[in-house]
Write a protein that binds this ligand. Structure first.
Ligand code: ATP
Length: 627
């Protein structure tokens, strides 16, 4: 992640760059923006450029027609209203109307293009976020970068599009109006160009300030978003009320916002001072140009009609140059974010691809983690130390241990979600690292304690898109989806929903329904059963189940698995008894393993925990002959 940081920090666009390299940077940014926008829709790109050219030509023509109109108006007393005057006025009105119409069309096309560019960038960010190794999500710096690029991907590509077309349009219009001005008086144009320089320079500095401000505020922004989310999210709503947390959260939100606003005020003050400096200097040059025009009229070197048209032209050109400066500023400002986005994509591209020339996944013949150690990024202690856990073909294996002993971490390593720092993770005898991650994921089904409750239909929640589009809307549920639901004993409840399997499971949307905690858990188990995986990993699958459901689940587990292997984590020793092998974890290590009978005979940690739990049911003393 530090790579992303270094790719963005210090890139303020100034840093002692010469004006040639600054010019090159703008050209390079225009080239990249053009490529980006073009790749999203060549057709709209061409349409927009064509519109810009027509708009520019109409603006240049307007200046010349104004000269004609003024000349004929000055002739009015001698010649009266001539057809030439009427035609000139009509041409001027027509050109102005055309300009206005083109502006409306440009607005629409720009908006569409902007959305297409934003979609493409957002999809790239989503691709990275959903494919990088899970370990990244343990790293605050990754989150920070992800948050920033996610935000920039939403708005900045749109701005690049806007900026690019503003530049194209204003350059074309400036050329057209400039040509008209040169025709009226050759020296006006260079003077006006000089006037634009101060604004150009200060606007570049403003862009750099803006980027630095955004980067500096990312942490604050993330925390505000989180506090806002907690206060407005459905899952948190009950606890917020029960624990009366809202005043504390509100204060926290307010404090974060205050600190952001203070920084924003300072930042805006700096931008305003810079903008004022640029505008004042450019204004001085413009006043000089207009005074020159007055002198030229007084000396009779320029006619009154031409001078009038020149003033109209200068006004138009000034508008174009300001637009050009704004466009360059927009591109430059967004360019810094584009760099940031591209650095993020580049940095994570290799991670997402997995091993080159991955081996074919051999038929399943057991999987194991062997002498594995693992430390979470930024954590001082090892979550796993020298851990070996094996699941043979057709075996049902359990992992038990106290909170924080490393069970979930071991399951994630076995599922191929975390790479260990030391030791091996093997599919049969092939290390996971040599296998295609996609193939591996398709052969392992994992249900975590905190499985996701998708606000989609029941079918989609089980099949996760594998059932096909039609099945999602089918209240009766497709047979394979129902078979998985039956195995997890949730078919009845889903069939009774208002739209059966097509019911959307969330109260967030109209015409939807929600399930109880235990029903959700059964649905998650159905999700694991639905996948045709060789290895099923269930992390506390029965935590929310009632005793009957739990008994049913485990008594039928082997039948349901139909010869597939399973590793399950549980705190309930009654469910663990029937496992082929039980691993007992303590402080990141496997301290015991064996069958229930073997472990009880050892009189170690397993026997202690088992008897502790059993004792709660049999306070007068538990014996292995108890029911
Ligand atoms: N994302 C994380 N970042 C840093 N440390 C973590 C993270 N997740 C877990 N840990 C730490 O790793 C150790 C093992 O956690 P793990 O979740 O594997 O335990 P567990 O046995 O599954 O616990 P439980 O029974 O409470 O679910 C704990 O000390 C925990 O604090």
């Amino acid at each position: 992640m530090s790579g992303v940081r270094s790719a963005t920090s210090g890139r303020d666009g100034h840093g002692g760059r010469s004006s040639t390299s600054r010019g090159r940077r703008v050209v390079e940014l225009v080239r990249r923006s053009t490529r980006l926008v073009w790749s999203c829709s060549p057709r709209l790109f061409v349409a927009l450029v064509a519109l810009q050219i027509v708009a520019a030509a109409s603006l240049g023509a307007q200046v010349l027609v104004v000269a004609q109109v003024l000349e004929r108006i000055l002739d009015l007393t001698e010649a009266g209203v001539t057809p030439g005057l009427v035609w000139s006025v009509a041409a001027l009105a027509g050109l102005m109307a055309l300009g206005a119409l083109i502006a409306v069309a440009q607005g629409s096309v720009r908006r569409l293009l902007g959305e297409l560019v934003a979609r493409s960038m957002n999809e790239k960010v989503q691709d990275v976020a959903t494919t990088v190794p899970l370990r990244n999500f343990e790293d605050p710096e990754f989150f920070e970068n992800l948050q920033r690029v996610r935000q920039s991907a939403m708005t900045r590509p749109f701005q690049v599009t806007q900026g690019l077309f503003t530049v194209i349009g204003t350059v074309a219009s400036s050329v057209a109006v400039g040509a008209a001005l040169v025709a009226l008086y050759p020296w006006l144009l260079p003077l006006l160009a000089v006037g634009a320089v101060p604004v150009l320079l200060t606007s570049r500095r403003e862009s750099a300030l803006e980027f630095r401000f955004t980067v500096a505020q990312t942490t604050n922004q993330r925390e505000r978003t989180y506090v806002n989310y907690v206060q407005t999210n459905r899952d948190e709503a009950k606890e917020i009320r029960a624990f009366q947390v809202s005043p504390w959260l509100r204060d926290r939100y307010r404090a974060l916002y205050d600190s952001y606003l203070e920084a924003l005020r300072k930042h805006l003050g700096r931008r305003l001072r810079l903008a004022t400096l640029g505008q004042v200097l450019s204004g001085v040059v413009l006043v000089g140009t207009l005074l020159l025009l007055v002198v030229l009229i007084a000396n009779g070197e320029v006619g009154v009609a031409d001078a009038g048209a020149a003033i109209v032209g200068i006004r138009a050109l000034q508008g174009q140059i300001q637009g050009l400066v704004g466009g360059v500023q927009q591109i430059h400002e967004s360019g810094l974010y584009l760099d940031d986005l591209e650095a993020f994509f580049r940095h994570h591209a290799d991670e997402a691809t997995g091993p080159a020339g991955a081996d074919d996944l051999p038929p399943f013949d057991g999987a194991r983690i062997e002498k594995v150690s693992f430390r979470y990024p930024g954590s001082g202690t090892e979550a796993l130390q020298d851990v070996t856990i094996e699941v043979g073909r057709g075996e049902v294996v359990a992992v038990v241990g106290e909170n924080g002993s490393g069970k979930t971490t071991a399951a994630k390593v076995l599922a191929g979600l975390y790479e260990p720092d030391a030791g091996d993770v093997l599919w049969g005898e092939t290390p996971y690292a040599k296998l295609s991650q996609d193939d591996l994921r398709s052969r392992v089904a994992v249900i975590f304690q905190d499985f996701v409750r998708y606000a989609f239909s029941a079918t989609e929640n089980i099949a996760l898109d594998r059932a096909g589009i039609d099945a999602r809307q089918d209240p009766a549920g497709r047979e394979d989806v129902r078979a998985a639901a039956r195995a997890a004993d949730i078919d009845g409840a889903l069939s009774r929903l208002p739209h059966g399997y097509a019911t959307r499971l969330s109260r967030m949307f109209d015409d939807s329904a929600d399930l109880s905690g235990g029903q959700w858990q059964r649905l998650a188990i159905a999700r694991a059963f639905y996948r045709d995986a060789d290895l099923v990993i269930l992390d506390e699958p029965s935590a929310a189940l009632d005793p009957r459901a739990e008994h049913d689940l485990f008594s039928s587990l082997r039948t349901t698995l139909r010869g597939r292997s399973a590793l399950f984590i549980s705190h309930r020793f009654a469910t663990v008894r029937g496992a082929d092998r039980i691993y007992v974890m303590d402080s990141g290590r496997v301290v015991e393993s064996g069958t229930h009978t073997e472990l009880m005979a050892r009189r170690g940690l397993y026997a202690e925990l088992f008897e502790l739990q059993a004792g709660a049911y049999f306070p007068d003393g538990w014996s292995s002959s108890a029911p």
